[in-house]
Ligand binder design. Structure first.
Ligand code: GLA
Length: 708
């Protein structure tokens, strides 16, 4: 809902209000919902601006920087007009949120250059998340250059800590909270992809609550917080201005990616709002609200070393345990026997597939499993048919040795010819295999951004426009296919990708202890509905640690369950355990995948951590609780739960695990379960626990409401 009183616009969401004074481009208020309805005049003259520009006496980080035709960079954008739109405008070439709501369009003009700046604020009927974007239009007769165009600027007053989600390959999205005092701190990616290192989701936390920001973009991004001596805290988020210089011919426009922002009183409330928004306004298509299949992926089970027999053995064992989808990972194409060759050669390796992709896929389907396929469409190995025939498809700077990562180069997706080629060959793989699931990988970031006739300052963004052109067309062409994104695990885990891929491989690290943290960090900004989570073999291939099969399953229940090991090698007992796990998961799948998801304890400090998923009606819930180490004579491990109905009574049981035969069972009030600490005396009584001091101890609790 958007209400107008003269120049003042109140943008209302179910629980928040944002107040903007359009003529002076001021924020008057953003926070908890206002119900009194007015009295804004005394608040006019606010130093909190909705955009900022170079020129004038505001030296705080700016959101807009335009290079005029004469090379000058000062502008003085001043109010021109405003409109409330009932249809949310599309952002040409870029993914964006969708749904019913209202959009406030504000226009500011720089008279000497005739450049126009548009800002868009969309409020949806059912979400506390507000979508914000901006656009520059060249109204003059001369070319100008965009040097910076942020998607959103929010000015606050006071001191905020800046929370970011940082890491590396196999250690993505670890939560870091920083007090920055006075000064400026930024979180960014210059890698061409949103990166493992610094996710675009950030939070500013202050006494008044928390403000979360994210970007619907998968390329270079930048989110900064600057706190000045005058007490202003400015947050600016958008496409990274690193190497950025975009030419605008007369009449042309440049649109920023869309950002989202949300005010909430607590981190938990912010996460719930972000989860609901992503599930409703970002993820789309047939799989939006469908329960996701339990899959088996052969990667950690075989790596490149497989043939038809091995694959069918894994599939057979998987089928016996209740798995629904078989995913054939890397190595099925061209001469792909290791990671040094064949990327780009998307034709069947007859030997490894025993007669072609369709042949193998059909055999798997005959077993009653769905078939899924791995592809890495944006890449090329120099040792490939594709490179030999089209060396100019690779991204390289002429006359310079390109940087290789995992022995591969990137394709020059800024070139339409290359885009068309990728669309054609990948569509053919999906069509000829009849795959109902596609894992779209991207195993390295960009290092040699260059394309003939593409200005250097435009390259990174033109790559993204090419990438989005491809994924939007392919996902539209195959509307029934479930797409899972991947980037060496979670290297491009962002809202841009979730507009096309309904789920994402969260991390290549499948160790339960590490996963607990990675999934907890991811859950601040993203729902469990997008997080692939697999049970893999032990000792774990990334960390060398061993954890019980039940622990690995419990932790994988924090996302979309899969198995990633050679299931044909499971013992009879392990087969029974896995079958019981999958049966339990399927019975509770709707709750686990689509319930309200909370973090328990603290995965980034302290000994107790876990998660909890609560049904929308709060009648049922499942929690997984873990203690990261056994402390001799230490405090009794204990936990409080979240999200229950405080006045209801719940029957609480623990899932029978092979390592915990003693099932706990009791009834207790929702308020008690959430406010008191439940002691878990037997958490360490796992009979195998002495084998490995780094073992992760977990239990799973099931809640059923018995009285309102
Ligand atoms: C990446 C992915 C893995 C697997 C390999 C295959 O590392 O994250 O899951 O698909 O590529 O090469």
């Amino acid at each position: 809902m958007i209400r107008r009183k003269g120049p003042v616009f109140c943008l209302e969401t179910p629980n928040t209000t944002l107040v903007i004074k359009a003529d002076t481009a001021e924020y008057l208020y953003y926070g908890k919902k206002l119900v009194s309805g007015g009295g804004f005049e005394p608040f006019f003259g606010s130093p909190r601006k909705i955009f900022s520009q170079y020129g004038g006496d505001d030296y705080t980080e700016y959101s807009v920087l335009l290079e005029n035709a004469d090379g000058g960079m000062s502008t003085a954008f001043a109010f021109s007009k405003c409109k409330i739109l009932t249809e949310k405008p599309e952002i040409a070439g870029l993914p964006s949120s969708y749904g019913t709501g209202k959009t406030l369009e504000l226009k500011y003009v720089d008279l000497p250059t005739k450049a126009a700046l548009y800002l868009y604020y969309t409020v949806f009927d059912d979400s506390d998340v507000i979508a914000v974007s901006s656009k520059l239009v060249n109204g003059s007769k001369k070319e100008m250059h965009v040097r910076r165009l942020a998607s959103v600027q929010l000015d606050l007053m006071g001191d905020y800590s800046f929370v970011t989600f940082e890491g590396t390959w196999a250690r993505e999205r670890q939560k870091i909270s920083r007090e920055i005092g006075k000064g400026v701190f930024y979180n960014d990616s210059k890698k061409g992809g949103s990166s493992h290192d610094r996710n675009p989701f950030v939070i500013a936390e202050g006494e008044d609550g928390v403000y979360g920001f994210n970007l619907i973009y998968s390329g270079n991004h930048k989110e900064l917080l600057e706190q000045t001596q005058s007490g202003r805290a400015r947050i600016v988020c958008g496409i990274n201005d690193f190497m950025f210089r975009w030419a605008l011919a007369p009449g042309e426009e440049f649109a920023s990616p869309e950002a989202v922002m949300c005010y909430a009183p607590s981190e938990d409330a912010l996460s719930l709002a972000m989860h609901a928004f992503i599930s409703e306004h970002i993820v789309r298509g047939k799989w939006k609200k469908r329960e996701r299949p339990v899959l088996v992926n052969n990667w950690e089970g075989t790596y490149f070393d497989f043939n038809e027999e091995k694959i069918l053995n894994i599939a057979r064992a998987a089928k016996e345990t209740g798995v629904e989808l078989f995913v054939l990972d890397d190595g099925w194409f061209g001469n792909r026997c290791d990671d040094r060759r064949a990327l780009g050669d998307w034709f069947d390796n007859e030997e490894k597939t025993g007669g072609g992709l369709k042949h193998l896929a059909d055999k798997i389907r005959e077993m009653g499993l769905d078939f899924g396929i791995w592809v890495e469409p944006e890449m090329i190995n120099e040792d490939s048919e594709l490179y030999r025939s089209h060396p100019n498809f690779a991204m390289k700077v002429p006359g310079r040795e390109p940087t290789r990562m995992r022995n591969q180069l990137c394709l020059n997706l800024a070139d339409e010819k290359v885009q068309n080629y990728v669309m054609r060959v990948i569509s053919d793989v999906i069509a000829r295999s009849g795959a109902s699931y596609v894992k779209w990988d991207y195993n390295r970031m960009l290092t040699d951004p260059f394309g003939k006739n593409i200005p250097q300052g435009e390259y990174f963004h033109r790559y993204m426009l090419g990438y989005y052109r491809i994924v939007s067309r392919i996902t539209k062409k195959f509307p029934s296919v479930l797409f899972e994104g991947c980037s060496g695990g979670g290297g491009r885990f962002d809202l841009g990708n979730f507009c096309y891929f309904q789920q994402y491989w969260t991390s290549d690290d499948t160790d339960a202890r590490e996963r607990l943290k990675i999934q907890a960090g991811s859950s601040y900004g993203y729902p469990q509905t997008v997080m692939g989570a697999h049970v893999s073999a032990c000792p774990n291939h990334q960390t060398g640690d061993s954890n019980p099969l039940e622990t690995r399953f419990n932790i994988a229940c924090g996302g979309l369950l899969g198995y990633e090991l050679d299931m044909s090698k499971l013992t009879e007992d392990e087969m029974k355990t896995v079958a019981a796990q999958i049966a339990f998961y399927k019975e509770n799948r709707k709750l686990l995948q689509f319930g309200d998801h909370y973090r328990l304890g603290d995965a980034f400090g302290g000994n107790m951590a876990g998660f909890m998923t609560v049904s929308k009606d709060k009648n049922t819930a499942i929690a997984v609780v873990s203690a990261s180490e056994y402390i001799i004579c230490g405090p009794v491990p204990s936990i409080s739960f979240k999200g229950l109905n405080p006045s209801a009574v719940y029957e609480v049981t623990t899932r029978e695990q092979v390592n915990y035969k003693n099932v706990l069972s009791f009834t207790a009030g929702g308020d008690l379960l959430m406010n008191a600490k439940l002691p878990l005396h037997d958490l360490y009584s796992d009979t195998q626990s002495w084998e490995n001091s780094r073992r992760l101890y977990t239990r799973m609790f099931i809640f059923k409401k018995v009285k309102s």
